[in-house]
Design a protein around this ligand. Structure first.
Ligand code: ADE
Length: 265
């Protein structure tokens, strides 16, 4: 899969292309990330890419011509492609959208800055507008990185087979169960004994119960679209009867009471 990113801050994308799983995917040729500097397509003095808004008002608007020239410079790859504008006015990014974007051959991401881009870019060149959440950032670069990250990890071969299986567990819209590693006792808090028991049947049910409980407490809205088995429904019914005792809730209040970060030194 190929990502083309139009931005006036190309250097920001080193954070994505040089590190971690996405960086490895680029090096391994699983994905291609092409960052295009919109300034290179300005024909104005000082490589200007913005101008004052017609009608007056605060701030600057990104000019259409450099963006169009930048778009035209991008080679087409065979298969489906989409041009996405990052904007708080767009469709909210969710896992389901990441999944459908992951089926494309090419994704072109246009990063706005200032008060936004000239409306004629949106109306004539953009297939879809996407927001990463109901808050306003200073530009579309970080949202573009979020999309590339969320979509890349769904491209076959980017995650190892072990991790792909984990991904499937998110497919059912539940929050993850808590994870522990060594040491078995940390600052007086023990790993739940069931995880040390070696009883894989019990461990599976414990994890599923934790997932369901965490989702019920934090994101009950997700339960409506979750694919729940008969066993899940029975666990949920039981959880609804009992007072909240999840590891997450207990751990959180405890850390507020007793955790002194200075004590880490
Ligand atoms: N640009 C500024 N804020 C944004 C957001 N929340 N999502 C996408 N693009 C943005």
């Amino acid at each position: 899969m190929r990502f083309d990113i139009l931005t006036i801050f190309p250097d920001m994308f080193a954070a994505l292309t040089r590190f971690g799983i996405v960086g490895q995917a680029v090096k391994g040729g699983k994905i291609e990330i092409n960052v295009v500097n919109i300034r290179d397509f300005s024909d104005k003095p000082h490589f200007m890419t913005d101008d004052r808004p017609y009608g007056g008002g605060e701030g600057m608007v990104m000019k259409p011509e450099p963006i169009v020239r930048a778009l035209q410079s991008i080679p087409k790859v065979p298969g489906n492609r989409k041009v996405i504008l990052l904007t708080p006015q767009g469709q909210l990014l969710e896992q389901s959208l990441a999944r459908s974007l992951g089926t494309l051959a090419q994704l072109i991401l246009v990063c706005g800055r200032y008060e936004g881009v000239d409306e004629r870019i949106r109306s004539r060149y953009v297939d879809m507008e996407v927001s990463i959440g109901d808050y306003i950032l200073t530009g579309g670069e970080i949202p573009a990185m979020v999309i590339v990250d969320a979509v890349s990890r769904l491209v076959p071969g980017v995650l190892g087979s072990e991790r792909s299986a984990l991904e499937e567990s998110f497919e059912d819209s539940l929050l993850e169960y808590p994870q522990y590693t060594r040491p078995p006792i940390f600052q007086g808090e023990s790993v739940p004994s069931i995880l040390l028991s070696g009883d894989h049947g019990k461990i599976r049910i414990w994890r599923r119960t934790q997932s369901l409980q965490k989702t019920l407490e934090r994101r009950p809205d997700l339960l409506k679209r979750a694919s729940l088995s008969e066993e899940d429904r029975a666990i949920l019914e039981e959880l609804k009867q009992r007072p909240s005792t999840s590891a997450t809730t207990a751990g959180r209040s405890k850390s507020h009471d007793t955790n002194d970060l200075d004590g880490l030194a």
